[in-house]
Design a protein around this ligand. Sequence first.
Ligand SMILES: C[S@@+](CC[C@H](N)C(=O)[O-])C[C@H]1O[C@@H](n2cnc3c(N)ncnc32)[C@H](O)[C@@H]1O
Length: 287
Amino acid sequence: MTRASRTAVLVCQGRAAADGRLAPGRFADPTAAPLLRPDERAAVDQVRAGVAPQGWRPRVDYETVRASAEVVAPRTVAVDDAVRDRSHPQVVILGAGLDGRAWRMPELAGAAVFEVDHPASQQDKRERAGALFGPPPHYVPVDFRRDRLGEALAGAGHRADVPSTWIWEGVVPYLTRTQVAATVAAVAACSAAGSRLVVNYQTPAVTTVLGRVAARLLSAGAGRSSVWADEPWRSTWRPAAMAGLLARHGFTVGHDEHLLDTAGRLGTPIRHARSLRHGRVTVADRR
Ligand SMILES: C[S@@+](CC[C@H](N)C(=O)[O-])C[C@H]1O[C@@H](n2cnc3c(N)ncnc32)[C@H](O)[C@@H]1O
């Protein structure tokens, strides 16, 4: 990845499309739409209106954003619930993309929020967010493939002797197993006892509906690359393997659920049952 993440835009579009429509009362993200550029909002508006557009390109965008909304809404709720459940003075969002939590969640108002992301994605976020929502989080540019997370965070004022809540949502699939393990080790090294790590990861599947919808429709047309072209999936994890990795670094898994269960509880659409079943959120606490 050398330029700003396109998958970060897609999940932000999903949150904007879901805002006020999916799981009302449990999910809302008024920060999502303002973070999008006008051309990125077109498909969001169509999904919100529930009218599929004519023509293959607009239809691809529509289907992709609708699928994103249906996966991202339960995912967001699962992560938010884990964050609310244990309040810490520091919150670190790893691979933050266009996540608006720093401004969206009132529970984070008193916390020091650190947003860690690939430098290109973070620059894009900073340009989009500007002074839109108020005080910015601490921005910490880090490429998980080569940079030292602990040093970068310490340089931004993060304290390893104070408990943190770590949010790692929608990032693990884009890293190799070695990079995931190295990042967990780095997180553990700056996690005081009681810290919480919330990880969203994917379990092995032949493919996902989200990817299939886009791939099928894209193949019908020409000259357009998929949002995943620059961001291929590099690792999937079975729950036992993820729990084992976390345990080796002092984190005990207290809860691990697939998003199909979360969506079922919330009553959100399950058109993409396979994508939901293979997306999981695990919550682990540091001894
Ligand atoms: C699908 S987006 C998820 C963004 C955000 N967590 C969310 O759920 O809205 C993937 C994020 O992972 C980040 N990412 C992928 N590879 C990375 C790397 N090697 N180093 C740092 N960040 C990376 C991207 O920059 C992007 O922000």
